[in-house]
Design a protein. Structure first.
Length: 309
């Protein structure tokens, strides 16, 4: 009797947990669609912006802009501070989503420090903030107000002082650790260098490219036709900070979508495990109940036989 009661309590507990995980799975599924739409809308703009800068940029112009120049190493008199922006979620129950992002950030900080830089953390999301608070590591920025609906204004607030510091020569680089949204089942962490803007290999501008290529096409393959007023250099003054802001914004929206995808996957796995556990517990309960009934019948038959004899 005691065993069947314990099994009943266990079954009710698993059923309650399954209701919660199934509800969270449905909520994440509904939020994922809106977040995915924001990612899809952000990528073409980033690609077009990178392509426009690549068409305007020439090797001569590359040396004229601070955002394109790589500062010297610390031992050669360059800035000693390197910024690392980590984007995590405010909530958990998303599997290893936040842990993977934090692990990549810690590895990047160690790599920068091994090269003589002082890694300065800029944290977005409660999970990253709590981890580094527990690690007794101070952050230059800690924001929890962005949530899963980031805007371009949020990216501008984060990146404006960093651009100013880089142009002033007090910041060596800016790396962003975020989650790349490929699908609801694939949200791998990624490390993207935002500053300096790499004027080298052709970047895709939307899926983590490694740079913007200056125009070096031969005469028989001209670039896109632009009417430039007042000139390419004046336009690049506006476009380069916009490109940096857009890269940070894209990291925010991709991480938000990845969070919902990771949570949906984690909750679906939890629900499936609960269903499997319920099946095992139900069979065990039925067997225990059947054995108990058989024992009671045997006792009744034995007692009746004893009275009759």
């Amino acid at each position: 009797m005691a065993k069947t009661r314990a099994l009943k309590r266990r079954i009710k507990s698993v059923q309650s947990t399954r209701k919660i995980t199934r509800t969270m799975e449905m909520v994440s599924t509904s939020k994922l669609k809106r977040a995915q739409d924001r990612v899809v809308a952000a990528r073409p703009y980033a690609q077009a912006l990178a392509a426009a800068i690549g068409d305007l940029l020439t090797p001569e112009l590359t040396e004229r802009f601070a955002l394109l120049r790589t500062p010297p190493a610390p031992e050669k008199g360059g800035p000693k501070t390197a910024a690392v922006l980590l984007v995590t979620s405010n909530r958990g129950l998303a599997g290893a989503f936040n842990a993977n992002l934090i692990k990549m950030t810690v590895a990047r900080c160690k790599d920068l420090e091994s090269k003589g830089y002082q890694a300065e953390l800029y944290l977005v999301g409660k999970k990253g903030i709590r981890f580094f608070q527990h690690s007794k590591r101070k952050a230059a920025l800690a924001r929890t107000d962005i949530g899963d609906r980031p805007t371009a204004a949020h990216a501008l607030e984060i990146v404006t002082p960093l651009i100013a510091a880089y142009e002033a020569g007090t910041l060596a680089s800016l790396d962003v650790v975020y989650a790349t949204f490929r699908s609801a089942l694939s949200t791998p962490p990624a490390l993207m260098q935002v500053l300096p803007i790499e004027a080298g290999g052709r970047g895709d501008g939307g899926t983590g490219g490694k740079g913007i290529a200056p125009t070096t096409r031969p005469p028989d393959h001209p670039s896109a036709f632009y009417i430039l007023k007042p000139g390419a250099d004046e336009i690049l003054v506006q476009l380069l900070p916009l490109y940096v802001k857009n890269q940070v914004y894209r990291a925010l929206v991709e991480t938000a979508a990845s969070e919902h995808g990771a949570r949906r996957t984690a909750m679906k796995n939890a629900t499936d495990n609960a269903d499997e556990m319920l099946g095992i517990l139900t069979r065990t309960f039925n067997r225990a109940r059947q054995a108990q009934i058989t024992q009671e019948i045997s006792e009744i038959v034995g007692g009746a036989s004893a009275l009759a004899g």
